[in-house]
Write a protein that binds this ligand. Structure first.
Ligand code: ZN
Length: 243
């Protein structure tokens, strides 16, 4: 994908500002796929969406990612630097329907999409949200000749379905290996692509708006005129006014 312009990136930030993460993800994915409709973007699976957000990160902020973590063994705060390439998993197979058999149940499943996540927001607590999202992923559940509702499935079957869905779309359940340089403890952490990208974008946008304010105050130029300047020229003017 081509890199987004500063105004486009700033627009995406503004659309997601103060919104829940699922809506921020939609705003960012819309920006990452120029010309895509909201309906089409909402139909992406979580893994497909996150793959595009990782592309957006790389185009906008470069190919390295800095994160912080606290070692669960010695409580040391760590700064981690890794490559964007480490966040990409092999593409999921195109078939997004899964069939599994477990404990006498025959299950047909599909991956959750952005639309499912949006629909589940109205369920307040975590357990209810999780149950609603799981129900959305169950295309059919049979025990012998009987069709079973998702809510009636035993925990063992639900867990097997969760595992099968995660395995089929590893980009949606991104994990990174971390080793503590102080005590040697190694562990696997889940990386929230949307939260991560949003935090980086938020810091970038606030910095840019502050720079716009300084330049506009000094020279009286319009926001659009200052945004049209290259980053190198903006930096020059900021230095010239002591910003
Ligand atoms: Zn440690």
């Amino acid at each position: 994908m081509p890199a987004l312009s500063a105004p486009d990136l700033l627009d995406a930030w503004e659309h997601g500002l103060g919104r829940p993460p699922v809506e921020q993800a939609l705003a960012l994915t819309l920006a990452a796929i120029p010309g895509a409709s909201l309906t089409a973007v909402a139909e992406l699976t979580v893994g497909e969406r996150d793959a595009r957000l990782i592309d957006l990160w790389e185009q906008s902020f470069g190919s390295s990612v800095t994160a912080t973590a606290t070692c669960p063994s010695c409580a040391e705060d760590l700064e981690l630097v890794f490559g964007v390439a480490d966040l990409r998993t092999p593409p999921s197979p195109p078939a997004q329907r899964l069939s599994i058999s477990c404990a006498g149940y025959e299950m047909k499943l599909r991956q959750p999409t952005g639309r499912d996540l949006l629909a589940c927001r109205r369920f307040g607590d975590f357990a209810a949200t999780r149950a609603a999202l799981f129900a959305a992923c169950v295309v059919s559940a049979r025990r012998g000749a009987d069709e079973m509702p998702a809510a009636a499935l035993p925990d063992e079957v639900v867990a097997a379905c969760d595992d099968a869905l995660a395995e089929a779309d590893p980009q949606a359940d991104l994990r990174i290996d971390i080793a503590c340089p102080d005590c040697g403890h190694a562990w696997e952490a889940t990386l929230d692509v949307v939260g991560f990208l949003w935090a980086r974008l938020d810091a970038w946008a606030l910095r840019l708006l502050h720079d716009l304010h300084l330049i506009a105050s000094a020279y009286g130029w319009r926001e659009s005129e200052i945004l049209a300047l290259s980053p190198a020229r903006r930096r020059y003017y900021l230095e010239a006014i002591g910003g």
